[in-house]
Write a protein that binds this ligand. Structure first.
Ligand SMILES: [Zn+2]
Ligand SMILES: [Zn+2]
Length: 178
């Protein structure tokens, strides 16, 4: 078992597969795969849009650990960005986790987030809901979540510091609710 401060792609891959093939979250007979890209942005060009690409940005609760000083911190504003499309009967999801840098070191190094299994499931559930709606035309059962910005976890964390957040620097961080 890895600590939840570690970025663990296999946790996402395994959970993705379990939810698809055990829980039948996307039960339309298509084959969906999850990939990672650590430099993608939320920009979808006209050309990409034509080819069916869409984006979904999710705000999650995760933990970080500084590689330099080992400091651990939680954040309720960890952005995970998904790009997805369905083409023929192949569905592709490309994910990018956004990092944060250490408040103490301020070394411009972004550490990648670690998540609990529950957070991963929550993120993927929301992603699948988007896919059902946008790729298969299924109505969204619960419209309370209109997508990008809802931080579902009301946990107290230190004030979010934009200069330490890779998503803020890229201009795609979750917006404040207030
Ligand atoms: Zn540090
Ligand atoms: Zn941010």
């Amino acid at each position: 078992m890895s600590r939840s401060t570690d970025w663990v792609p296999s946790l996402w891959l395994d959970t993705f597969d379990e939810m698809l093939y055990d829980d039948n979250e996307l039960d339309y007979g298509d084959e969906w795969t999850l990939n990672f890209n650590y430099s993608q942005t939320d920009t979808v060009t006209k050309e990409e849009r034509k080819r069916g690409w869409k984006v979904y940005s999710h705000c999650a609760y995760g933990h970080f650990q500084c590689e330099t000083c080992n400091k651990i911190w939680p954040s309720a504003r960890v952005v995970v960005l998904f790009r997805y499309r369905l083409r023929g009967n192949r569905g592709t999801v490309i994910m990018r986790p956004f990092g944060q840098s250490c408040r103490r070191c301020r070394d411009d190094e972004f550490d990648l987030p670690g998540f609990s299994q529950k957070e991963v499931e929550e993120a993927l559930l929301r992603l699948f809901r988007k896919i059902r709606k946008n790729c298969y035309g299924d109505e969204d059962e619960d419209e309370y979540d209109d997508g990008s910005s809802a931080c579902s976890n009301k946990v107290w964390t230190k004030p979010h510091e934009a200069s330490l957040c890779e998503a803020c620097i890229n201009g795609i961080c979750c917006q404040d609710d207030e």
